[in-house]
Design a protein around this ligand. Structure first.
Ligand SMILES: Nc1ncnc2c1ncn2[C@@H]1O[C@H](COP(=O)(O)OP(=O)(O)OP(=O)(O)O)[C@@H](O)[C@H]1O
Ligand code: SF4
Length: 789
């Protein structure tokens, strides 16, 4: 379908469009035209991804600025989904236009997912793949091999260069991959054929592609953004899709935890570093001297020949970097190492304290200074200095120094940021434990810090998700102003989803996951019978969400003794999500199989877990979603308390408002899992009496579908409504019914546009008329009145 929004021709790869897709695209275009940020909530399953891509690519190709599109999503599967949508879109454009456009669309994910190296790619942990890859690609090994100080040995992982990486250097740097759109699968396939590294192909091609699709971290985490996204132009169009958790990503990117184990390993690392310095002094003291002289001259890391892969990037935001030379007392390698050791020893003594400490960075630095005479300034340069030293010493066994890297990161962060951060030392793992296992949390409390450079640097930022209500919360938390903020309703030809609030069991006992009553046998039994009854009537798949693993475990064991699970077992297979990703994917696989072969299954999972955040249960994979309790965060968490306090004082967000917003955004995420398109249908059960007071915080599209008669139900009433709903939805539908209502063909779209235009013209005419009247009135004012004006 081809249509126009103002003067912009949009090619849309489906013959029909949903009214909300059109409204969404119009708002995106407005934002791009005027610049600024928008917050848009689009019902799930209504083709948000394809709308975003169609509009932004049309915009890019039509206007002479050819603004690059940077599309950030959360998980690898979501990124892959967007790449496949993009492939379809570009195929469609080529067909419509009659020629293939000069266009390059790429996606980036971690090395672990893209590596082709015969042994490194077999590593299970991403961090090990990263470190091993860095070691052989950072230029130093190559230099040694060229000089002949190391003999390349293809059988050794450490002493041979990566051929896939080397091959890239033989190619034209702006043309490492031909134009086209590549899903991860096709990227890896192409690179395998060429013998090139997919990861570095994409990284180096970012400046030359029309659209890059990658994870939030590549833009928001300063440690990664500095490496990957530095060269993006200011007029790029930035999209944060699935952005309902964006504040947490911002916070995590500037937070860090230190434990006893990290400190021990850091000491070992510092000792190894000292040995390496001694060795180098004996063998090649000139090198150390050179490094020192460069530092005296005030040469900064950025000015030193920049390699792709330094040991560590600066963890702070670019605008917070000090434009000064590295201070004198840490310029010499041995001085720096003893400085680090002193700092680590200080941290070790702090960890010995047996009561909880919560302090600001300023008070931490003051105490540090009193005890060790360590100043703030050299601390700020710790990560930069460590990175340079590791490079000068040409160290290979980088794993030995990862804990030291954490210490240096912590030193730089704690000495750079004053407000919006808190240090919290927790000596015991849980309230009741007596064996100390201290953790020092360096917690960022202010999500706006990490996103500020993105807002300042790029002219257009689109923040969007299926569940981002209430819309005014995000601008407050992230401290920005919106050009447009909009929540779209879902147009439906028939009522295809049924939200219900169940507040009591059939025995009229109120149900709730409220801490005081959550393990009350009558509440647990009522939740149990809700589960049994819904598993009886739900065809195929049913997903159940709990507020936390802890609660899920305790309720499952109670259900076991009450015989609830045996009863469910008669109707459905029972599978459980666990914190282990592999176990969970196995459970999911079995779940899908059981849904497809007619046995049917129930998946017990948790809000905020992997299942709730990106697994789709479309069609028969999810006909009912049952939300047991409200997924509030653990309110006794000290970090959460500190964040709540910060938001109250700085952004005037009340604690209860935030907690309730946070719980409801996660509940809405869970509910959205079962509705993946307009032809899909499902039941959404919110089972907690407190949901009745929180309806307003649901996304508009869910709240609008929630009838007053479906609120405050008991289990038997809910069952009766659900049965009726399922019976009516099981009837065959006539696709013609939805035409003009929930889908538009081109004529219907154009008719709407014409009508809308006419309305606008009339409104404009009215405004002008009013203006003329006002002017006329003004002319009528007599001279006497003028005194009054
Ligand atoms: N106009 C359309 N006509 C037919 N199918 C469409 C249309 N728009 C989108 N689709 C398809 O509907 C499915 C759902 O779209 P998509 O996954 O993009 O939804 P979404 O809103 O991004 O969901 P979420 O963000 O919640 O995952 C996709 O397979 C998409 O290709
Ligand atoms: S350069 Fe590429 S292929 Fe080689 S080790 Fe690194 S990620 Fe793997």
């Amino acid at each position: 379908m081809k249509f126009y929004i103002d003067d912009l021709p949009v090619l849309f790869p489906y013959p029909k469009i949903y009214p909300e897709q059109y409204a969404y695209m119009c708002d995106i275009k407005k934002t791009l035209d005027v610049g600024g940020k928008c917050v848009l909530e689009m019902p799930s399953g209504t083709g948000k991804t394809v709308s975003l891509l169609s509009l932004t690519i049309a915009y890019q190709m039509h206007y002479p600025e050819h603004r690059k599109v940077v599309y950030c999503s959360r998980t690898m599967s979501e990124i892959e989904k967007a790449l496949i949508e993009l492939e379809n879109l570009m195929d469609f454009r080529a067909k419509e236009l009659g020629y293939v456009e000069e266009f390059r669309g790429l996606g980036l994910t971690s090395r672990k997912n893209l590596c082709l190296h015969p042994t490194i790619s077999k590593e299970r942990k991403g961090i090990v793949v990263d470190e091993k890859c860095r070691r052989i690609t950072n230029g130093q090994l190559k230099e040694k091999i060229t000089k002949g100080t190391v003999i390349e040995d293809p059988t050794s992982e450490m002493n041979s260069l990566c051929t896939y990486h080397e091959k890239l250097n033989e190619l034209e740097q702006h043309d490492l991959i031909p134009t086209g759109t590549y899903s991860f699968e096709s990227l890896v396939k192409y690179c395998k054929e060429q013998g090139t590294c997919p990861y570095f192909t994409v990284r180096r091609m970012i400046p030359f592609c029309n659209i890059i699709i990658y994870s939030y971290h590549y833009l928001l985490d300063p440690k990664i953004a500095d490496r990957v996204s530095k060269e993006l132009s200011k007029d790029s169009i930035i999209i944060f899709d699935e952005a309902h958790n964006i504040d947490n990503v911002c916070i995590e990117s500037l937070s860090l935890d230190l434990t006893d184990d990290v400190l021990k390993r850091a000491t070992r690392g510092a000792n190894k570093l000292a040995d390496a310095v001694d060795d180098m002094k004996e063998q090649d003291s000139e090198k150390l001297q050179n490094e020192y002289e460069k530092l005296v001259e005030g040469l900064r890391q950025a000015e030193i020949d920049r390699q792709e892969e330094l040991f560590m990037s600066n963890p702070i935001l670019p605008q917070d970097l000090l434009e000064e030379a590295i201070p004198g007392n840490i310029r010499k390698a041995e001085h720096f190492i003893s400085f680090l050791k002193r700092f680590i020893e200080y941290l070790k003594t702090r960890m010995k304290v047996l009561h909880v400490i919560s302090e600001t960075p300023v008070s931490f630095l003051q105490h540090l200074k009193e005890l060790t005479y360590i100043d703030r300034k050299p601390l700020r340069f710790c990560s930069e200095r460590l990175s340079l030293l590791v490079r000068t010493l040409e160290l290979n066994e980088i794993e030995d120094f990862t804990a030291l890297k954490d210490i240096a990161t912590f030193a730089t962060l704690v000495s750079t940021y004053e407000t919006g951060f808190q240090l919290i030392l927790e000596p015991f793992e849980s309230e009741g434990s007596t064996v100390p296992n201290p953790i020092l949390h360096f917690a960022c409390l202010d999500a706006s810090i990490a996103i500020k450079p993105v807002f300042e640097r790029f002219s257009s930022v689109i923040i969007t998700s299926g569940t981002i209500s209430p819309l005014e919360m995000y601008p407050k938390m992230l401290n920005f102003e919106t050009t447009i903020s909009e929540s779209y309703s879902m147009t439906l030809a028939r009522r295809s989803f049924l939200p219900m609030i169940v507040t009591k069991g059939s025995d009229q006992v109120a149900i709730s996951s409220k801490f005081e009553i959550r393990t009350d046998p009558s509440v647990v039994r009522n939740y149990g019978s809700l589960l049994v009854e819904f598993s009886k009537i739900t065809p195929d798949g049913m997903v159940v969400f709990f507020p936390s693993y802890l609660y899920m475990e305790s309720i499952i064991s109670m259900w076991q003794t009450m015989g609830v699970l045996d009863e469910v077992w008669k109707y459905k297979l029972i599978l459980v999500e666990t914190p282990d990703a592999q176990e969970t994917s196995l459970a999911l696989e079995t779940y899908r199989k059981a849904c497809s072969n007619g046995r049917g299954a129930v998946l017990l999972s948790v809000a905020r877990g992997k299942v709730s955040e990106g697994i789709d249960f479309d069609h028969h994979y999810g006909r009912t979603v049952l939300m047991i309790g409200i997924p509030f965060q653990y309110t006794e968490s000290r970090i959460l308390k500190a964040r709540l306090e910060f938001m109250r004082d700085h952004f005037q967000i009340r604690e209860s408002d935030f907690l309730s917003f946070d719980a409801m955004r996660h509940a809405a995420q869970c509910l959205g899992r079962v509705l993946r398109g307009k032809d899909d249908y499902g039941i959404m059960v919110l089972a907690d009496r407190r949901f009745s007071n929180k309806k307003k915080q649901l996304p508009k599209w869910i709240a609008q579908a929630l009838n007053d008669s479906d609120d405050n139900l008991s289990t038997d009433m809910a069952l009766a409504t659900a049965k009726k709903f399922l019976r009516s939805l099981a009837q065959p539908t006539n696709p013609k019914d939805s035409e003009g209502v929930s889908v538009w063909n081109l004529e219907q779209l154009e008719a709407f546009q014409k009508q809308h235009q006419q309305k606008q013209q009339t409104a404009q005419f009215d405004v002008e008329e009013t203006k003329v009247e006002v002017q006329d009135d003004f002319m009528d004012i007599d001279d006497d009145d003028l005194d009054l004006l």
